[in-house]
Design a protein around this ligand. Structure first.
Ligand code: PHE
Length: 448
């Protein structure tokens, strides 16, 4: 199987496109709001710097050395007699589980792109009504937009690394950045801006409960697309002369920057009119449209641009969630790309419908387990268990199984001896311990 290679900029934008997603623009702001602001952001930033960045380098390294799907890459990169590490490669399947609900949320965003033109809601009450009605009653509308998302994403992945994934990222990523930075420029002029800065960057440690702490660590993995082989699969197509540490740094930096910008934009608008930051997952679907209503026609334009940026971010991440398993089916089972895409898409399309139904009034009970809607179960399992587990395996593999000299040759030389040792320390000790600790905590086995 001949693997296509990205161009240098193509790889950076594709990896950044994977990282920058709903996690940055939808999830990060609402979690920051829910968990009280500054202290949550501080933990998130520290985890990204000391753990996320190191694991990103490790994940890219496996892909670049393996040059294949995740299972084959682990198999090839493992030293002799340790080929059973290939089973770690099944982390690629996490992407499909994530897609079951990720695609539903992209569907909501598509719906809102139309909705904003019908006029923005006048009050939070009205906005809540619209969002809750969509989720609880409008099953068919949701299935429709979920289907559109599945087809769109499937088509891009079908076009392959060069003709689909690289191309779409080269367009959507710059567009997304222009929109977000444009909105930030406007946010500068608002009085809410300084309040937003204060809310996000003034750590009030007393607000940081153990749940916030754990969720911040988990989110830093989700937002960097780590622990499920997306970055690894892309890195299999790394251009020959690209530098892994440098690229990982740029991707991590861009992802963090965009999350912070999105947060600042949203909170500036919210604080300008005294809205509450702690609205949960409905934050960008409920609070934001209501607030933007205060800006008249300009508000409609802002709302449209905002949801457009959100849609772009979602799509570029979604393709990286689907590609690992598609690549796996092509490499190992000789599927054609078209067949692989169709099979995978069908699977998550169907489960995604289950996720939609699990939030609905009419079907909710049937699609819940132990009182928890399927949607939440899927999200929780990936975010809190499977991604950290994947990250743990990557760190342990590169830290203990892969020969040190090999790692040095591919990433150490570039970083310099000292940075290399710090990086290795992180993936051997800090990252595995933090991840294990976090998983045990979330599973309720230990409690801090
Ligand atoms: N990083 C993406 C986001 O922030 C989600 C994602 C997770 C994408 C894992 C690929 C792999 O939305």
């Amino acid at each position: 199987m001949k693997i296509q290679r990205f161009s240098k900029i193509g790889f950076i934008l594709a990896a950044a496109g994977s990282a920058v997603g709903l996690g940055n623009i939808w999830k990060f702001p609402y979690m920051t709001g829910e968990y009280g602001g500054g202290a949550f952001v501080a933990v998130y930033l520290i985890t990204i710097a000391f753990i996320g960045f190191a694991v990103m380098i490790a994940e890219m390294l496996i892909g670049a050395l393996g040059r294949a799907d995740t299972v084959t890459s682990f198999e090839r990169v493992a030293p002799k007699k340790k080929e059973w590490w290939r089973f770690a490669g099944f982390m690629g399947f996490n992407g499909i589980i994530i897609m079951t609900f990720y695609s539903v949320v992209i569907g909501w965003i598509f719906y809102y792109l139309f909705l904003v033109f019908g006029g923005l809601p006048q009050s939070t009450q009205e906005a809540k009504g619209i969002f809750n009605d969509l989720v609880a009653n409008q099953v068919l509308i949701q299935i429709f937009f979920h289907t559109v998302a599945v087809i769109l994403v499937g088509y891009i992945v079908y076009r392959g690394i060069k003709g689909g994934i690289e191309k779409i990222n080269l367009i959507l990523m710059p567009a997304l950045m222009i929109i977000l930075f444009g909105l930030l420029l406007y946010a500068f002029s608002l009085e809410g801006f300084s309040k937003a800065l204060k809310f996000m960057f003034e750590p009030r440690w007393e607000d940081l409960n153990s749940e916030a702490f754990i969720r911040a660590i988990g989110h830093s993995f989700f937002t960097l697309s780590l622990g499920m082989g997306a970055i690894m699969t892309y890195a299999a197509s790394l251009p020959k002369d690209a530098s892994i540490p440098k690229t990982a740094f740029i991707v991590t930096f861009m992802d963090t920057l965009i999350a912070l910008v999105a947060g600042l934009v949203i909170f500036s608008f919210l604080f300008e009119f005294g809205a509450q930051p702690s609205q949960g997952p409905g934050l960008v679907f409920i609070s934001l449209p209501t607030i933007l209503n205060n800006f008249g026609t300009l508000g409609t334009v802002f709302a449209f641009l905002f949801f457009l940026a959100l849609a772009f971010a979602g799509i570029t991440s979604a393709i990286s969630l689907v590609e690992p398993v598609v690549q796996y089916l092509i490499d190992r089972f000789k599927f054609t790309r078209a067949k692989a895409v169709i099979v995978i898409s069908l699977v998550y399309w169907i489960v995604g419908i289950g996720a939609i139904l699990s939030y609905s009034n009419a079907w909710g009970k049937i699609f819940s387990i132990g009182g928890k809607p399927l949607f939440d179960i899927l999200e929780y399992t990936t975010d809190s268990i499977l991604l950290p587990l994947g990250g743990f395996l990557i760190a342990v593999f590169v830290g203990y199984v892969l020969q040190k000299e090999r790692a040095y040759k591919y990433v150490g030389k570039e970083m310099g001896r000292r940075a290399f040792l710090i990086w290795r320390f992180s993936i051997r000790y800090i990252a595995p311990l933090a991840l294990i600790f976090m998983m045990l905590n979330l599973m309720g086995i230990i409690k801090i």
